[in-house]
Unconditional design. Structure first.
Length: 128
């Protein structure tokens, strides 16, 4: 979505880097879901914190996207999506090997989040 918001891929990668592992491997909200919420924030441009009308629109969009993601994937919480029985991991990322990807369906969750936010942006754009 960098092209829609005039953001360099490098900046987007830096901004989103902490989202991995459910926020820095804390295994909380899925990074793909968090990224989807970030795109919603860019789309609705609520840059005035006191603008409660825009804030309500953004919050409503986030809640709608979260519900759709839960319905599609069963949860928006990283550890639940991955079937982990612990709350967090060390901050050291695991090596990205073939074995790693076989037990981590994260690419599917990224695709799901991209599809959901894309559908939302298309829906809103058609209404405009």
């Amino acid at each position: 979505y960098c092209d829609l918001f005039d953001i360099s891929p490098s900046l987007a990668a830096s901004i989103s880097a902490p989202l991995g592992g459910g926020m820095g491997r804390l295994r909380e909200v899925c990074g793909a879901v968090s990224g989807m919420f970030m795109v919603a924030g860019l789309f609705y441009k609520n840059d005035v914190p006191s603008d409660m009308t825009k804030r309500k629109i953004v919050y409503g969009t986030v809640q709608d996207l979260a519900e759709k993601s839960k319905a599609l994937n069963g949860s928006i919480i990283c550890r639940e999506l991955l079937g982990l029985d612990h709350k967090s991991d060390s901050p050291t990322p695991e090596a990205r090997t073939e074995t790693y990807y076989k037990r981590r369906p994260c690419a599917d969750y990224v695709a799901s989040a991209a599809r959901l936010i894309g559908e939302k942006l298309n829906e809103v754009s058609e209404e405009m």
